[in-house]
Design a protein around this ligand. Structure first.
Ligand code: SPV
Ligand code: MG
Length: 433
């Protein structure tokens, strides 16, 4: 029987897929090249269902004889590997961003005499439309929580951005930028102690009650789908941290980062300008162990943040602590720095990776903002957090308009800088940011 190849993401399976498979069967044995999570995440974003779950669905469809992984968005490697006599695709790729992939597939098929058959696209089955519908149905805490571990498995570097309220989270979730043939989006949110405190008009000294932080996150979760990492400052006393891990998991938070400070915590970027102490590594390991023992789900991540470089304790101290924290059960390490170059975090990553090639590594490039994501990925980082940027963007804009209205005795001069009333009404009626 000739091999008939169909590449699919199968994020949401619908009658359009069944039509394509039914037609493909007429030409031979149907082999589905199912795009892996990594292939889809690289091109647009992590699919809602994991590869294994999508595979279970597809291999049970009548007419499918085999499912093989397609590791890239591009069909060429699998065409060369499986050499199908026929490849079937919907007509929807004849124009638009997929057109170059079509050309490449046709050329690869021509190398050995394979042919492309295009079947009419079933109207009303665009994945985008379905995804909007699914999003409007909401998201369970379990699905959201597990997304961080899935991201780490699928992408070399995931990007998280601070969200201090639902509207900033909506902006973070819906902003998309086309770069080459790919679409870039943020992978998730960072709940920052600095920006949550600033919004509340308080200093960043662990003064906000945990339940107010969680209520804020709950409001963000009401209207978004992406994973969130919570900055839980020092985590408090181990006994309190255990209880808070339960609350975070129940809400659907994907991971918590706790920093190894003791006494009164001040913001890290203040460094040694203020008095702040590092916790003993032994006590901090006890807190990590307590949190790990308390958690109920395997997918919730406890990430240990090392403040040795912030507090000028040296690279050896940072590396020794990293080893101890991983041994105590930390699922990842965040190394923080307030230098204006990435040199010391790169050096940390080099030393850390010699001992721990796989443990997720997180950084927060606020003071060394010239570093690129590409360079961070190359040095072994897995998560980059833009920790305060949306609030820092909003504050000066609000301040300027407040000043202008006072100066001018009217708002007319500020109109050009503001979203229009039509835009805010449209946004308010449920259109995404
Ligand atoms: C935060 O965003 O609150 C952080 C990162 O903890 S930093 O402000 O750099 O300490
Ligand atoms: Mg903080």
């Amino acid at each position: 029987m000739p091999i008939v190849y169909i590449g699919m993401t199968a994020e949401i399976v619908h009658h359009g897929h069944i039509n394509v498979i039914a037609q493909a069967r007429e030409y031979g044995e149907v082999v589905i090249g199912l795009l892996t999570d990594a292939a889809i995440a690289d091109y647009k974003r992590l699919p809602f269902l994991s590869y294994e779950n999508r595979k279970k669905i597809i291999e049970n469809i009548v007419g499918v004889s085999r499912v093989v992984p397609q590791q890239e968005w591009d069909y060429v490697p699998n065409i060369r590997q499986y050499r199908p006599e026929v490849m079937v695709h919907g007509t929807d790729w004849q124009a638009g961003p997929l057109a170059p992939y079509r050309e490449r597939a046709i050329a690869a098929l021509a190398e050995y005499g394979g042919r492309l058959i295009e079947v009419p696209y079933t109207e009303g089955t665009s994945a985008g439309e379905f995804i909007t519908q699914v999003q409007s149905l909401g998201n369970t805490p379990d699905t959201r929580r597990g997304t961080l571990r899935r991201l780490l498995a699928a992408k070399p570097l995931s990007t998280f951005i601070e969200a201090h309220n639902p509207i900033s989270a909506l902006i973070a979730e819906h902003t998309a930028v086309a770069k080459g043939d790919k679409v870039r989006r943020f992978d998730g949110f960072w709940s920052s102690s600095l920006t949550d405190s600033t919004v509340a008009g308080k200093p960043d000294i662990e003064a906000l009650e945990i339940n107010s932080r969680l209520a804020n996150i709950n409001a963000i979760f009401d209207v978004t789908t992406r994973p969130l990492i919570m900055d839980a400052d020092t985590g408090g006393k181990p006994e309190h941290f255990e209880l808070n891990v339960h609350s975070m998991e129940r809400l659907g938070i994907s991971g918590v980062i706790i920093e190894d400070k003791g006494g009164l915590k001040e913001n890290s970027l203040l460094g040694t300008d203020v008095i702040q102490n590092q916790e003993s590594a032994i006590l901090f390991c006890d807190k990590i162990r307590a949190g790990c023992a308390a958690r109920v789900s395997d997918d919730f991540m406890i990430i240990a943040r090392i403040e040795s470089l912030i507090l000028e304790q040296g690279m050896d101290d940072a590396i020794n602590r990293a080893g101890a924290y991983v041994m105590a059960g930390a699922d990842g390490i965040m190394i923080h720095s307030r230098q204006n170059t990435p040199d010391e975090v790169f050096e940390f990553a080099r030393l850390f990776r010699m001992e721990f090639p796989k443990t997720p590594l997180v950084c927060v490039p606020t003071s060394y903002s010239m570093v690129t994501e590409e360079a961070l990925a190359k040095h072994g980082f897995n998560i980059v957090i833009y920790a305060n940027h949306l609030l820092r963007a909003a504050y000066p804009a609000m301040q300027q308009v407040a000043r202008e209205i006072l100066q001018n005795g009217r708002s007319f001069e500020s109109e050009q800088r503001l979203m229009s009333i039509n835009e805010i009404l449209e946004l308010n009626r449920g259109t995404t940011a």
